[in-house]
Structure formats: structure tokens, C-alpha cells
Design a protein around this ligand. Sequence first.
Ligand SMILES: O=C(O)C(=O)Cc1ccccc1
Length: 306
Amino acid sequence: MDTYTFLGPEGTFTEMALLKVPGAAEAVRVPSVNAAAALAKVRSGECDAAMLPIENSVEGGVSATLDAIASGQALRIIREVIVPVSFVLAAQPGVDLGSVVRVGTHPHAWAQTRIWADRNIPNAEYIPVTSTGAAAHALVSGAPDYQAAICARPVAERLGLAILAENIEDNSGAVTRFVLVARPGALPEATGADKTTVAIPLPEDRPGALMEILDQFATRGVNLSRIESRPTGQFLGHYFFSIDADGHIAEARMAEALRALHRISPQIRFMGSYPRADAQVPEIPAHTTDRVFDQAQRWFDGLLAE
Ligand SMILES: O=C(O)C(=O)Cc1ccccc1
């Protein structure tokens, strides 16, 4: 049976995402304090896979995760999970809203509750915590320097905390996308509704390099669903692009795009091809289907054989 790690402790949104993976509820689940610690457990073999947040519909990419999977020993995304996120403000029973002067939570939870916080606790100071779950647990078993935590309702209830406010997210309907990351192995099979994630360092001092990169997808009819630039950390102005593209590496248009990208940026990192959580089949332009690529290849092989 697989052993999983996740951004813990128990009660985070990441744990909720992990529990949606078939078999994970019965498997061994080891909490980690951050993305780097979770991935270290996968790289060392202590755990088989790590569930981590990668993108939310309000804030965009989760830098800590994007950076941790894009560097170091190669890893692969093998699945994505989408979870609706709704937040509560929780405190020890007896604490009222008026006495909340500091609030502890994960940076992404704070970013998604700004409007509510500005209206209801405008003077409250934000204390960053490693996760929403950790912020809630500390109210019960630690001595945190905040009076209330922004977290998921189930963890607040399980810990016996009082709910001071609920549905405090700025955008109802916000979702967060999580990915399950494993050591390289057999790729998940193509389903026809897949995503491929790559990290592409931008070639230096090359006018139009980004356009050249994007063009490789565009000319092969590959749609992009996320593109993020992240500093490589090597020196100022050196960036890599983290990209999600519709399709599987087993499909000709994606394979051709990746081959071309390797010529432009040889340090490109393939981060995996895996089924889309929404199972939505992308529209493939007629001149970029596998059949058409195959016909072109046979035509070309014929020319050489003449
Ligand atoms: O802190 C958590 O519970 C997490 O899993 C990270 C997170 C924070 C805010 C929205 C979605 C995920």
C-alpha cells in the first residue's frame, strides 16, 4: 500500500484533497510542515507520493510548491485534485470578534479573505502560519501569538473551537488545485483529457525567447491552461516558466512541442502528464490530431524511400 505525505497537520485543505485519492483514506498519511519537507520524504523513498497545493482560482500559482518541484531531483505529477475552499474564523470558546487583534493562517488563506478582514477586523494583524490546519491546532495545543485562526470548518469543529464567522472568502466558488507528486515511474495513461506540466528556463539574452517558447505550443494546437514566471534564484532577471498544457506526452502534438522546446531550452523539465480533474476533453485543431501527424510522417518517410 502507498504511503502519502501532505501539507499538514490533519485538517488542512491539502489533506481534504488527498482524501479524494482512491485508497488514500485507508493508507498511511504522514503530515509535512511545508512543500520542501513533503518532497524530501518522496525523494528519500520514505513516502510514495506527496499532495501539495499548486494553484488557486484567486491568487494563482503557489510559489512554494512550484519552486520545490521545479528544482532538485526529478519528480512527476501523477494526478490533480480540485477542492472548493471556504474559510471560517475560529477561536477558543469565549473569545469574541472584538478581542481578535492578531489572526493566524496560511498566506493563501489570508489573501483570499482580505475583503472580509478589512471590513470586520480592519486592525487585526496577520500572523503567517505554515497551514490553516496548523493555525487552528495551535489555538488548542500551543501558545500562539494570535487569538483566532482562518481555517476550514471541519478542523475547527473537530478541535472544539468556536466559529466567529463563516464563509469569509472573498470569492464564493473559489477552488484550489492540488497535485500528487511521485518519483519518476510509469506515466499515467493518456485518457484524452489530460494535462502536461513543464518547467522551462528562459534562454538568456535572446530576443523573443518567450514568444519562441509559446509558439511551439501554438503552432501545434496545444492550449495552455496556466503559465507562471518564477525566478530561478540564480541571479536577478533569470526566470523559468512553469506551464500547464492541455494534452498528454503520448499525443503527437505534445511530443513534437516538447522536442522543439528542448532545442530552444535544453534544461526543460518534464513534470508529468496526468488526467484532468474535470475530465474535460480539449478541442484539438484538425491539423494537429495524432492521425494527421502520422499521415505527415508516412508521407515524409515515403519521400526518403523514393
Ligand atoms: O493551509 C492549508 O490548509 C492548505 O492546505 C493550503 C491552502 C491554503 C489556502 C487555500 C488552499 C490551500
